[in-house]
Ligand binder design. Structure first.
Ligand code: HEM
Ligand code: HEM
Length: 180
């Protein structure tokens, strides 16, 4: 049996996974609503949660740089190991690219983000409708890419557990043994 993930890595993984599912669902739900004060409130919550994910991603990458994850099972073919690493790199990249594109889009559309209504987040670019429309498309496309990568990620985790019957999934589960 190989080493497990640390308790911190597991906590960050699952808290962020739950937040991602919530923020993606909220994103698609809110954009389909007719204009109303409730819709604006949901947009604010989406932006606040998205900025929170960005901050958690910063903490997670710092932790990851200082802590090597457990090695993949030696029984895994080299190509599969490369695909797993490429998928993880892509997920880390999207953890930053998606909230950043949202932040830039809001700046370009002229709606500053005030985190939980308390902390104003500086606008990174000036107001420009055309740029805002492009960034909205970028934000949406990156989310579709994330959903595709996540389908592979979750599918791979289930294949490891139910077909290969190794410990790749259990060593990331909260109930699994922690590394320390
Ligand atoms: C990891 C974090 C985030 C995820 C997973 C996410 C996901 C999504 C999704 C799935 C949509 C619907 C896509 C569409 O149909 O247009 C959306 C829309 C939107 N997001 Fe995000 N988002 C995140 C962070 C942010 C942040 C940080 C901001 C701004 C500070 C933001 C601002 C917006 C806005 C304004 C829309 C509506 C765009 C429109 O009305 O066309 N998002 N987001
Ligand atoms: C039901 C949902 C999910 C399941 C079952 C799952 C499962 C797993 C498992 C089993 C691992 C460990 C892989 C290994 O040992 O090499 C892992 C790692 C990882 N997961 Fe997930 N995951 C889920 C959702 C997510 C989400 C939503 C994200 C981010 C958007 C994410 C990002 C990552 C990343 C970046 C790693 C690599 C950690 C590292 O080694 O540095 N996962 N996931």
């Amino acid at each position: 049996m190989s080493a497990s993930y640390t308790r911190t890595a597991k906590s960050l993984h699952w808290v962020m996974a739950l937040m991602f599912f919530g923020v993606i669902a909220l994103g698609f739900y809110m954009t389909g609503l007719p204009f109303s004060p409730d819709k604006l409130k949901l947009y604010s919550w989406h932006k606040w949660a998205g900025v929170t994910i960005f901050l958690l991603a910063l903490a997670r990458i710092a932790w990851r740089v200082m802590h090597r994850p457990p090695a993949l099972p030696a029984s895994m073919p080299r190509l599969m190991q490369l695909a797993a690493h490429a998928g993880h790199h892509m997920l880390y990249l999207l953890m930053f690219a998606i909230p950043l594109s949202g932040w830039l889009m809001s700046s370009a559309k002229g709606f500053q983000t005030v985190w939980f209504g308390v902390l104003p987040i500086p606008d990174l670019i000036s107001k420009d409708k055309a740029t805002g429309d492009v960034l909205a498309l970028v934000h949406e496309s990156l989310n579709f890419l994330l959903i595709a990568v996540l389908a592979g990620h979750i599918g791979a985790a289930l294949k490891h557990h139910f077909i290969d019957k190794d410990d790749v999934l259990t060593r990331m589960l909260p109930a699994g043994k922690d590394k320390s």
